[in-house]
Design a binder for this molecule. Structure first.
Ligand SMILES: *Cc1c(COP(=O)(O)O)cnc(C)c1O
Length: 481
């Protein structure tokens, strides 16, 4: 493909994508394929001779689309939303075109500097305390990670290094191995599984703190396990709070937990992967109160802020906490004041070396929507969720299982779990809409209705509700027979 053909095909591809997104509601939201469907549809090995673009594009409809779950369909209510928008798509195209790998400042200064400034922009949008911003010479700052899972792991590893150094300087008789064996991290019993996975990778114990009747971790619950563990000789060093849990969008009590973490010398990380985007609206910002106690904070604009995957934004109060943990230069660790803060080498803030120019899509989206446009987007989702909740409550066969704060509604038919499992199966098998289940602590099966809005289509909760009600009828009939 030469430049002339690229110009032509590029325009065709934009048209293909525009058609796909404009007409997405005509496609079945969840595919009908069986595992292994794809292999027989294409050759066993790559072609010896070059093929034509037209043929490849045709195969997209023949091979790919039948196996796509259409996340941007108005009939998709599963998981959490994944963001997208035309400005983000275009910026990502530019990022691909520039094709730089911005692991250090010098490897592409614009890639590093725009990222630092965009994280400051976004930090100001959600009113983060100034210690988290880079400014011209701040000690804090932000970085784009690929996912919330990575951000949690990075925070946990940095906290582990910090704890190892501290405990060793306090007690020289303990070997690093002995300290590692005593370190213990905590999170909510409602936390995303990625927190437990981070513990596995980091090789430290991780304990789930029980939540209250609103599925939130309270200070008293953390205090209780801490006291027990300290009495048993363990060294608590990390707590991962969740704002907007995956199961039911509950919020840990940062204002109670933060002071405990600070006095106990524990790193507090906040995982707000989904809910974080809502903090651009002043009326939801109270949910973030207590962030001032945290060492690191993360959320995914790629979930709810119109920036397509991947874009997980993470802020730290002290950049040296990361650079000391991940800089492969042991001598450096003894001279961390040398970090002037003037040059950021993002390779020391993350696990991989290479990184894409992802801040471009933030820049395009923030400028083309403005803060007002972003707020409007969030408010629309929340309004639809409340509309759906009200419809559910009008039907006394149903119950709502957790407070509806943002765009997630957890609901169930009153009665047995089996009934709800059958209902969800019936909903998904009809292929009209797509939902996923969750299970709250009381082992209660619940359907999660994640009200997400295709950003480019008008929508309403009514069609989704109608399909649910049809499935209720089917389920109740089949249970009766
Ligand atoms: C979605 C989600 C995650 C996982 O996000 P990734 O970016 O895919 O790793 C973690 N925690 C919470 C609370 C989430 O909602």
């Amino acid at each position: 493909m030469d430049t002339a053909e690229f110009r032509k095909r590029g325009k065709e591809m934009v048209d293909y994508i525009a058609d796909y997104l404009e007409l997405i509601e005509k496609r079945q939201v969840y595919p009908d394929v069986e595992p292994g469907y794809l292999r027989p549809l294409i050759p066993d090995c790559a072609p010896e001779e070059p093929e034509r673009f037209e043929d490849i594009l045709q195969d997209v409809e023949r091979v790919i689309m039948p196996g796509v779950t259409h996340w941007h369909s108005p009939y998709f209510f599963a998981y959490f939303p994944t963001a997208n928008s035309f400005p983000a798509l275009l910026a990502d195209m530019l990022s691909g075109g520039i094709g730089c790998i911005g692991f250090s400042w010098a490897s592409s200064p614009a890639c590093t500097e725009l990222e630092t400034v965009m994280l400051d922009w976004l930090g100001k949008m959600i009113d983060l305390p100034p210690q988290f911003l880079a400014g011209k010479d701040g000690e804090g700052g932000g970085v784009i990670q690929s996912t919330a899972s990575e951000a949690t792991l990075v925070a946990l590893l940095a906290a582990r290094t910090k704890a190892l150094n501290r405990v060793q300087s306090e007690n020289r008789r303990l070997t690093p191995g002995e300290i590692m064996g005593r370190l213990v991290a905590y999170t909510s019993d409602q936390a995303h599984f990625s927190v437990e996975k981070a513990g596995l990778i980091a090789g430290v114990k991780i304990k789930a703190v029980p939540t209250d009747d609103k599925f939130a971790v309270r200070g008293s619950a953390l205090r209780k396990v801490l006291d027990q563990d300290k009495a048993a000789g363990l060294i608590p060093f990390f707590f991962c709070a969740t704002l907007g849990t995956t199961t039911c969008c509950s919020f840990d009590k940062l204002l109670e937990l933060g002071p405990i973490c600070n006095t106990e010398n524990m790193w507090m990380h906040i995982d707000a992967a989904y809910a974080g985007s809502s903090f651009v609206c002043p009326e939801f910002r109270y949910l973030l109160n207590g962030v001032e106690f945290a060492d690191s904070f993360n959320f995914n604009p790629h979930k709810w802020l119109l920036v397509n995957f991947d874009c997980s934004t993470m802020w730290v109060k002290k950049r040296t906490d990361l650079t000391c943990a991940f800089k492969i230069d042991p001598v450096y660790l003894k001279h961390d004041h040398q970090e002037s803060g003037l040059i950021t080498d993002y390779r020391h803030w993350q696990i991989p070396l290479g990184r894409r120019f992802r801040s471009l899509k933030m820049w395009f989206v923030f400028r083309m929507y403005g803060v007002k446009g972003l707020q409007e987007h969030i408010r629309k989702h929340v309004k639809l969720a409340h509309e759906f909740k009200d419809l559910v409550l009008q039907d006394d066969r149903f119950e709502i299982c957790a407070d509806v704060v943002l765009g997630l509604v957890c609901f169930r038919l009153k009665g047995k779990n089996e009934l709800n499992e059958a209902l969800l199966k019936s909903i998904n098998e009809a292929r009209k809409i797509h939902l996923v289940p969750c299970r709250t602590r009381r082992s209660c099966s619940v359907s999660r209705f994640q009200r997400r809005l295709p950003w480019n289509l008008p929508t309403s909760v009514k069609p989704g509700r109608a399909h649910i009600l049809e499935a209720v009828t089917r389920t109740l009939e089949s249970q009766a027979t």
